[in-house]
Design a protein around this ligand. Structure first.
Ligand SMILES: Nc1nc2c(ncn2[C@@H]2O[C@H](COP(=O)(O)OP(=O)(O)OP(=O)(O)O)[C@@H](O)[C@H]2O)c(=O)[nH]1
Ligand SMILES: [Mg+2]
Length: 194
């Protein structure tokens, strides 16, 4: 739910990075954090296990310029991808304005990708949202690995509604900002319609 603060001239939006465990959601946020000027970002908060798996969420506030004098602030969140953290995922989707789905390109992770998209669809619905109407981008991550499926095959399996798709190597930053921008842009287009 976009929050417009007229007094502070701020537009606040929420983007959630969703996807299977170890797909690279946290890595996307870490790269964005590392490449953003200090004055354009807040503190990145990560609640993780000792093995660096996301336990509850990662959070990064980010300013992406101004529209008609209003600062557009995007709050980026990741969900924990591990299957058993479903209650957390549902909670983190509250008030979401846009979703980035980080798919793991490795062949053996395709079932996990499919399961995670279904889970996203269900959890959005339980929060009163519909993925068909949600600003959405699909990232094919880990393209640097050897055992990856061809992009067109991944598209055929994972594409939900002809959303924009991006090849990425999040650990090297490839495709990270393109993916973010595509979803941010869709959110701003939705805003203009209001
Ligand atoms: N080779 C390669 N490794 C990657 C890439 N992106 C992320 N990784 C690695 O994959 C592992 C998991 O990445 P995370 O970002 O923690 O994954 P996650 O989706 O946040 O995982 P959960 O928090 O458990 O849901 C880390 O060791 C990353 O460095 C990539 O594009 N290529
Ligand atoms: Mg994580």
């Amino acid at each position: 739910m976009t929050f417009i603060n007229y007094a502070a001239k701020e537009i606040n939006c929420k983007i959630v990075y969703y996807g299977p465990g170890l797909g690279g959601k946290t890595t996307n946020l870490q790269y964005i954090y590392g490449k953003t000027a200090p004055e354009a970002k807040g503190k990145m908060i990560s609640l993780a296990t000792e093995a660096d798996r996301t336990l509850f969420f990662d959070f990064l506030p980010l300013d992406l310029g101004t529209i008609r004098g209003f600062t557009t602030r995007f709050h980026l969140y990741t969900v924990p991808g591990q299957v058993f953290y479903d209650a957390s995922r549902k909670l983190i989707l509250k008030g979401v304005d846009g979703v980035v789905f980080v798919a793991d390109s490795q062949e053996e992770r395709m079932d996990a990708n499919i399961e995670s998209i279904r889970n996203l669809e269900d959890n959005l619905r339980e929060n009163g949202f519909d993925l068909t109407a949600m600003p959405y981008g699909l990232q094919f991550n880990k393209r640097d690995l050897r055992n990856v499926l061809p992009v067109d095959e991944m598209y055929r399996i994972l594409n939900y509604k002809r959303e924009p798709t991006f090849e990425a190597v999040a650990s090297q930053g490839v495709g990270v900002f393109d993916t973010l921008k595509a979803v941010a842009k869709q959110i701003l287009i939705e805003l203009r319609k209001r």
